[in-house]
Design a binder for this molecule. Sequence first.
Ligand code: CTP
Ligand code: MG
Length: 385
Amino acid sequence: MLRHRTAALIVAAGSGSRAGGDLPKQFSIVAGRPLVAYAVAAFAGHVDEVVVVIGAGQDDLARDALGHDMRLVAGGPTRRDSVANGLASLSDAVERVLVHDAARPFVSPAVIARVLAALDDHDGATPVLTVADTLVRGKGLLGEVVPRDGLHRVQTPQAFRLDTLRAAHAGWPAGDEATDDAQMVRRLGGRVALVQGEAMLDKITYPDDFATAEARLAWESRSAGGFDVHRMEAGEELWLGGVLIPHDKGLSGHSDADVALHALTDALLGTIAAGDIGTHFPPSDPQWRGAASDQFLAHAARLIADRGGRIDFVDLTLICEAPKIGPHRAAMIARIADILHLTPDRVSVKATTTERLGFTGREEGIAAQAIATISLPRTAGRGEA
Ligand code: CTP
Ligand code: MG
């Protein structure tokens, strides 16, 4: 099969004036991630290179959103200028370019494949949706109906051969505005294919569109377990579930040895396949000696939040003969809920003995096991190898 070197140009240099808000819309947070990060992630693995066009003064926002390795190009006063700057930055080795609005976060691999396939026998390709509603003219008063037959809503990503799109930009009359690239290629004589678009591709333009985008996100549920044991020793404090419990012995080990919070931390880290507590807080590192374990649990919760995830439920089982957990259960639930920013009905704390059998039965140690269930946004393209 012929290999075409393909670049994705994501235009993110607008001011988002219609969307309002403190930040330009492309940097607003949707389900835990800046909007532009969704589009960038969607193209990764489907093209050879991704370039993001940003506005003046947006460098720090873009670096925070996309990391330091992202290729950034300065945009211009109009979308057309921004695309032109992006095109100029591409090397001549690039044969095909996909131009995409950062304000359309959810790009499926299928739509990328459709526009690229159409490029084989067209000068360009754009996803479109037919218009479903009746269209009318009017200002406050109903005017004439506009026949919707043959009308389409135009979306991105739009695909072109690089030389075709460069020629369209070079030949475009300076004073004319163009809200997308397909109309430019067409006006200069090119044949642009219409391929099936997707509702998920709708652009975020107005304030209400953010809520729609969040609602459109597909979520996946993930559960993972955690397990931990610490030794009981005289002269140690007994921290369990973030609560200091009066007892004749306490747990010894890494940090404050709160076996319950450690099991919960491992369960949460497991849901995002982020290693275990030792990966993040090595026992060999002296700074964690005697450290309060609530910070480990809060760290795991933060990693999940950074991915746009939400903790649905945590369930903890303590395995010990003594102390009795019942009198402390409510305090543990309240403390864990507080650390994880959950309501207490999403935290379960249980306890059991091992009938005086084994190390827990002999009160030589306490074991804890935990299960955490979270929801993670499954954006188009994510999770596919
Ligand atoms: N865009 C751009 N450079 C510009 C203007 C727009 O790169 N000078 C980008 C936007 O960041 C957006 C896409 O083009 O991803 C589509 O434009 P639009 O939805 O109009 O975004 P804004 O121009 O930012 O919004 P508004 O028109 O409401 O100010
Ligand atoms: Mg605009």
